[in-house]
Unconditional design. Structure first.
Length: 139
């Protein structure tokens, strides 16, 4: 009986911890571009971010780039939809299709910005070094 109760309490504790996790998702699509960029910018993907305490974990995939990916970063803009500076580097496959991932510790101010929709993931490629795909992390 005591063992059952202990298992129940541990199980409840684990599910309570998991419920404190918040999930954010982004659809990666082409960055805003002009006519001169059409030959170099293409592709799509998706990213899921999980916030547990102050740890943000990112996992996603992309495909259809015209040239291999070179970097992926988390940026923070002043509001959703407006570009801002890069604040964290992510790991990205150096290929036209692949994965993006990473984990970072956030400050209280950064957590607030994330929850307000100010964070986005931007992926760059060889022929689009200033951005190929991007997506805003939203609930």
């Amino acid at each position: 009986m005591r063992l059952s109760m202990a298992v129940c309490l541990v199980s409840f504790g684990l599910s309570a911890a998991a419920s404190n996790e918040e999930t954010f998702k982004a659809r990666l699509s082409t960055v805003a571009m002009d006519l001169s960029m059409r030959a170099d910018v293409a592709g799509m993907g998706s990213v899921t971010a999980r916030l547990a305490g102050n740890k943000l974990s990112i996992a996603g995939s992309f495909e259809g780039l015209r040239t291999p990916a070179t970097m992926a970063r988390i940026h923070v803009g002043p509001v959703t939809g407006v570009r801002g500076p890069a604040i964290f580097d992510l790991t990205v496959s150096a290929a036209t299709s692949g994965t993006v991932s990473g984990a970072v510790d956030l400050t209280a101010e950064q957590i607030d910005s994330l929850k307000k929709g100010r964070f986005y993931v931007q992926l760059s490629s060889e022929k689009a070094p200033d951005g190929n795909l991007w997506g805003w992390l939203l609930h």
